[in-house]
Design a protein around this ligand. Structure first.
Ligand code: ADP
Length: 219
């Protein structure tokens, strides 16, 4: 039996999101059973995923025939057909799959999926839209939400931190954020220490509560 971190996964719905996920899981060495009701989609991915079949995931009998109840982990990557997404998720709950990741296309859709028993709900378009807004605003080079109110960002150091050892900048006390890593031009990332002195053009990774990190980037 696979270890808890590399359990086989059933991925249902092979649109852009589901197919990328199934291919990446395969690349990571995870055993995947991929299901989509469109034979053309299945044909185009055949050979690239461990096991791939054409079936309607809203059909309980089909799920049993494919051995879906034996899986502990599943992804429902059906988005635009909300009825199929909800029905499939509820069938996975009914057959006893413990860990169900479901994609939602709106907050309301996400709330319904959570209520019927999805253990993790992801809103890829919504989350990516938020993330890109931070990049488009020009203050951050990357933005990763770790928790609803906690982020990790990649940015350049604000002017007032350049040339000062981080230990003297009292970042945590003054701004409530922490610089964890620093990268100077043509060098690798290194962990920031109290002796680190930042230069213009360095790249820093900053973590902290969202509002505080956002304020930090306006310094
Ligand atoms: P994306 O935006 O990621 O491309 P879509 O919602 O457009 O997502 O695609 C979802 C995929 O799920 C499609 O390939 C579609 O054929 C598949 N799908 C939809 N309903 C079912 C179903 N009942 N059973 C299996 N696959 C389904």
């Amino acid at each position: 039996m696979a270890d808890r971190d590399n359990l086989p996964v059933v991925v249902i719905g092979l649109g852009r999101f589901g197919s990328s996920m199934a291919l990446e899981l395969t690349r990571l060495g995870t055993e995947v059973l991929a299901i989509d009701h469109r034979p053309k989609v299945v044909q185009s991915l055949a050979g690239e995923i461990t096991q791939i079949v054409a079936a309607d995931a809203t059909d309980l009998q089909a799920l049993h025939q494919l051995g879906v109840p034996d899986f502990q982990r599943a992804v429902v990557a059906i988005g635009s057909d909300i009825e199929a997404s909800i029905l499939t998720t509820s069938l996975l709950v009914e057959v006893g799959i413990e860990d169900i990741w479901a994609k939602a296309i709106s907050r309301q859709h996400g709330r319904i999926l959570e209520r019927i028993g999805a253990t993790h709900v992801v809103l890829p378009e919504h989350d990516m839209g938020e993330r890109v807004a931070h990049l488009v605003s020009g203050r951050m080079l990357d933005y990763v939400q770790i928790d609803p109110d906690f982020v990790l960002i990649k940015t350049h150091p604000p002017r007032e931190l350049v040339g000062v050892p981080l230990g003297e900048a009292k970042l945590r006390r003054k701004y409530g954020v922490t610089i964890v890593c620093v990268k100077s031009k043509d060098e690798d990332y290194t962990y920031a220490t109290p002796d680190t002195v930042l230069q213009y053009g360095d790249i820093i990774l900053v973590v902290g509560p969202t509002a505080k990190v956002e304020r930090f980037t306006t310094l």
